[in-house]
Design a protein around this ligand. Sequence first.
Ligand code: EPZ
Length: 423
Amino acid sequence: MQKLIINGGTRLEGKIQINGSKNAVLPIAVAAAILGDSVSVLHNVPNLTDVKTLSAVLEGLGASITRKNGSLYIEPINRMEYEAPYDLVRQMRASIYVLGPLVAKLGRAKVSFPGGCAIGPRPVDLHIKGLEHLGAEVEVKKGYIYAQAERLVGAEMDLLGQHGPSVGATANVMMAATLAEETTVIRGAACEPHISDLARFLNAMGADIEGIGTSTLTIHGVKQLHGTEHTVISDDIEAGTFMVASAVTNGDVYVEGVTAEQIHAVSEKLTEAGVQLDWDDTGVRVTTPGQLKPIDVTTAPFPGFPTDMQAQIMGLLTLASGTSTITENVHTDRFIHAAELNRMGADIRLEGRKAIINGVSFLSGAPVMASDLRAGAVLVVAGMAAAGETTVSRIYHIDRGYEAIEKKLNSIGADIRRVNDGE
Ligand code: EPZ
């Protein structure tokens, strides 16, 4: 295993380019591999462990995937393999995305039931509900989800869950519905930018989806989808992470390749906290003219403040001049990073799904551990702001969603080394 050693206290300065969105490319690659009947080419694909894991799942199903210069060439499945085994699914929950497309294409699917993870329980009842509405018979037994349907038939459904819309269920059911007979209407659909990117990709494959970007998606089923070429949207969460990194190091960083619309809620909160954002056509310059101010943040589905930026904004607020609060409404147990930040001198108290953050004047380097992807990201960010050396272990979590994070940050002034455990 590897870890990152961060020499803190350096100021970030320069330009950083944002990669393609992890959470967009995962379902798009699934659609290309399972629903398409000819080769698709995806551009702007980040080189991440999650993309490699998903590729292994899709190759196990019979697809053929090649990566060349940041693009994925996906030749769709060519045999009747319909099982996504435990060994692969347990590495990445997003493997559940193959469920709907397999039923739509092959009439059946057997997908290992994904477990919970460090950010809390993560049920899949809405995925199942949506597929049942389309006429699939779904059964969970011995750790597997079995789904089958001679043919899927469009239906009206509401996929709003207890914690709001589900990104995964919306993607899964939308993909399945593209090849169903007749018309499907999904109410309570997730509207995240990566869901819209998936819908645009499906339409480019020949699907007929209306209402993209809204909470009601209307999908007129078609008989066949063909391969296409697509450039994946940029990663709003990677961009937000680097914006926070600039702010906490009192830096002057131009984050290139993100639009104000994609990251509106995060921008609004950063501005309220005293961070200056100067937008132009290609990105945003991030500076911090004065002391960071305390704010209150509540996570919510898009267009609200994203749960995937909750850890990073917490890192920033540890250094604000007063008391901030964060209420986590999407993944209600997603606070493991708070204890790690406290090890670095932060003053964070948890009350259920709320974190109370009393700003401190400085953080100190410490050995800390990443418990999930974004929790890992905030420890790197905090490590750059802290005095002295921070060692972040279990960085395989970070590599799932950030491509070569240390190389990117070092190119704008950070001092981060990747070493093997034991070195
Ligand atoms: C996606 O996960 C993202 N993952 C997550 O990003 C992100 O945190 C999440 O959406 C919310 O934005 C990918 O896109 C691969 P959900 P997903 O279904 O689809 C509940 C990251 O850091 N729910 O939108 O699994 C669920 O428990 C990752 O990049 C049900 O109740 O999330 C949660 O409270 C982590 N039943 C809420 O809905 C279901 O069947 C939203 O979850 C499904 C979800």
